[in-house]
Design a protein around this ligand. Structure first.
Ligand code: HEM
Length: 497
C-alpha cells in the first residue's frame, strides 16, 4: 500500500504552516482564486517537465487540498494536469517539487528501479502511525531484509488456509443479511476484511480485542491524511493513541505466545516468532514484528474493501457482465453445494476464469492506489526531461489504466479485455518491482470469494448511483458506501456450510 499524500520529509515540519493553510482550504481557495488566475506561470524550460509551480512557497498546495476536499477526490488534481500537460508534468505541493509520470515505459523503469536511482517516498507523520520499522517506510537495505522475511508468510499454503477462513467469514456475514433488506457494501466489506486480517495475522477472531482492533485501526487510517498536530482532540493525536492501543494488543499476544499460550496457532505472528527463535542473527526484532503486523492489517483491509465496493458498483452498471459472471459462479457452485463441507478452496478459485477478469478489470478501473510515490536519489532523465535529486517522482498508475493508447475504450468496464492475460507492465493495481504488493494474491482471492458468495446467494441492486468520492479518504472511496437492496435466492449455499 502506498502512502498517498506526497511530501518532503526534511522540510515537512517547516512546511507545517503551509499544510495548515491547506487544511483551511475552502476559505483560502475562495480568497485566492482570483489571484491564482493572474499569477504569471514560470517560463517553460525545454529541460524541465511542463506544468505550473503555483505561487511562491505555497505552490499548488491549495488546489491539491481543494481536490481532496471535493466530491471528485484528490486524484482530480492529477487528472486535470495530466490532460493539460501530458505524460509528464511538474508541480509544487507541500513545499516539495513533485513530478507525475504516466507512461508504461517510465513506470516500469521507476518501479523496477534497476538503476537504483529511486527510493521509496513516505511521509514522517505516516511513519509515526505505522511505525518506522514498517515495510512501507524502510529504506533499500532494511526493506530488502524485512521483505525477505515477511514474504515467506505469503506462500501457497498460507493462501489455501486463508481462502477457507475467508469463505467462512463471508458465509457467516451473508447469513446475517438474510433478514435485512439493505446493506452498505463498503461497511460490510471493511468489517469482513478487517476480521480476516486480524485472524490471519494474530488469530484474534472475536470479543473485546477484535472490536478494539477494528476501531483503533480505523482511527489510525483516518489519521494518515490528517495534519500532524499532537494536540488532544485532533485526528492525528487520536491516531497516535490508537497506534499505542494496537501495539499493546500485539505485545500482549506476543508475550502470551512466548509463555506457550496458544502457541499452536498457525498465524503470521507465530511463524515470525518461530523464525525469530530459530534464526541466527536474521530474525525480525520485536519492533519490526509489531510494526509490520500493524502495517499488514492496514495495507490489507481498507484497500480490499474499497476494491470490493467498486466492483459491486461496476457490476450493477453492467448487467451483461453480471449475467456472464453469475452463470460461471452458479455452475461452479453446483459442484460444491451438495458436499457436506463446501467451503471454497484454492482449486475452486483457480476455476473462476471470468470472475478473475472481473476482479482485474475492477482493480484497473478503480485504481485504488492511484499513484506510487518515489524519491529521485540522484539527477537523472525521464521522458526526455531532467529530474533533479530530491524531487518526488510519482508513478501515476491511474492515468496508465485510463490511457486509450494502453487500454482501448478505457472507461468501459470490460473484463474480456483481459482474455489475452493483460500485459505485465500495463496493469499496475498492485505496483511493480521490489515493492509490489505482498498481499496481491490474498486480495484477489478475497474479491473472488466475495463475488462467488454474493452472486450465488443474493439478488441485489445498488440503490444510490452517486459516484461522488468521500472527502479526505485515504483511497478513492464511494461517498455513498454503495448501499444495495438484497434478497436471498439460495439459502442452501449459506446454510449448508
Ligand atoms: C485490492 C487490494 C490491494 C491493493 C489494490 C493493494 C495495492 C498495493 C500497492 C499498489 C502497493 C505498492 C505501492 C508502491 O509501490 O509504492 C502495495 C504494497 C503493499 N501491500 Fe497491498 N494492496 C492490496 C491488498 C493488500 C493485502 C490484502 C495485503 C496483505 C495483508 C497487502 C500488503 C501490502 C504490503 C505489506 C505492501 C508493502 C510492500 C513493500 O513495500 O515491500 N496489500 N499494495
Amino acid at each position: 500500500m502506498a502512502s498517498i499524500l506526497p511530501g518532503e520529509d526534511d522540510c515537512f515540519s517547516c512546511c507545517a504552516g503551509l499544510v495548515m493553510l491547506g487544511a483551511l482550504t475552502l476559505l483560502v481557495y475562495q480568497i485566492m482564486k482570483p489571484l491564482l488566475q493572474y499569477y504569471p506561470q514560470q517560463e517553460p524550460s525545454p529541460d524541465i517537465p511542463p506544468g505550473s509551480r503555483g505561487l511562491p512557497l505555497i505552490g499548488e498546495t491549495v488546489q491539491f487540498m481543494a481536490a481532496i476536499n471535493s466530491g471528485k477526490g484528490f486524484y482530480e488534481f492529477v487528472r486535470l494536469r495530466r490532460l493539460r500537460y501530458g505524460n509528464c508534468f511538474i508541480t509544487n505541493i507541500f513545499g516539495g517539487t513533485h513530478v507525475f509520470v504516466s507512461s508504461t515505459v517510465s513506470a516500469k523503469a521507476i518501479l523496477n528501479n534497476d538503476s537504483g536511482k529511486f527510493g521509496k517516498r513516505y511521509i514522517k507523520s505516516i511513519a509515526e502511525l505505522v511505525g518506522n520499522q514498517s515495510l512501507l517506510c524502510a529504506s533499500y537495505q532494511h526493506h530488502k531484509l524485512l521483505r525477505g522475511q515477511i514474504s515467506n508468510l505469503f506462500c501457497t499454503n498460507s493462501l489455501s488456509v486463508f481462502i477457507r477462513q475467508f469463505d467462512q467469514l463471508i458465509v457467516e456475514a451473508l447469513k446475517g443479511w438474510e433478514h435485512r433488506s439493505t446493506v452498505v457494501i463498503q461497511d460490510e466489506a471493511l468489517e469482513i476484511t478487517c476480521k480476516a486480517m486480524c485472524k490471519m495475522l494474530i488469530s484474534v477472531e472475536s470479543g473485546y480485542e477484535l472490536e478494539a482492533l477494528q476501531r483503533e485501526v480505523g482511527n489510525v487510517c483516518e489519521a494518515m491524511l490528517a495534519f500532524p498536530l499532537r494536540l488532544p482532540g485532533t485526528r492525528f493525536y487520536k491516531g497516535l493513541q490508537a497506534r499505542k492501543k494496537i501495539m499493546s494488543i500485539i505485545e500482549k499476544t506476543m508475550s502470551e505466545r512466548r509463555r506457550g499460550l496458544k502457541a499452536n496457532e498457525d498465524d503470521f505472528l507465530q511463524r515470525l516468532l518461530r523464525e525469530e527463535a530459530a534464526a541466527v542473527g536474521h530474525g525480525l526484532t520485536d519492533e519490526e514484528i509489531k510494526d509490520n503486523i500493524l502495517t499488514m492489517i492496514i495495507a490489507g483491509q481498507d484497500t480490499t474493501a474499497t476494491a470490493m465496493t467498486w466492483m459491486v458498483k461496476f457490476l450493477d452498471e453492467n448487467p451483461e457482465v453480471l449475467h456472464t459472471l453469475t452463470k460461471e459462479q452458479v455452475d461452479l457452485g453446483r459442484k460444491t453445494w451438495p458436499k457436506s463441507s463446501s467451503f471454497l478452496t484454492l482449486e475452486s478459485i483457480n476455476e473462476m476464469t471470468y470472475a478473475s477478469k472481473v476482479v482485474k478489470e475492477s482493480l484497473r478501473l478503480a485504481s485504488i492506489v492511484p499513484w506510487f510515490p518515489r524519491l529521485a536519489l540522484e539527477d537523472c532523465e525521464m521522458e526526455g526531461f531532467k529530474m533533479m535529486k530530491g524531487w518526488n517522482v510519482n508513478v501515476d498508475a491511474k492515468s496508465v489504466h485510463l490511457d486509450p493508447t494502453v487500454y482501448s475504450d478505457p472507461n468501459k468496464f470490460n473484463p474480456s479485455r483481459f482474455d489475452d492475460g493483460g500485459g505485465y507492465s500495463r496493469f499496475l493495481a498492485f505496483g511493480m518491482g521490489g515493492r509490489t504488493c505482498l498481499g496481491m494474491n490474498m486480495a484477489k482471492a478475497m474479491m473472488l470469494v466475495f463475488l462467488h458468495r454474493l452472486v450465488t446467494t443474493y439478488r441485489w441492486k445498488v440503490m444510490d448511483q452517486d459516484s461522488s468520492i468521500e472527502k479526505w479518504g485515504l483511497f478513492s472511496k464511494l461517498k455513498s458506501g454503495c448501499p444495495v437492496t438484497v434478497t436471498c435466492i439460495n439459502k442452501d449455499a449459506i446454510l449448508s456450510t
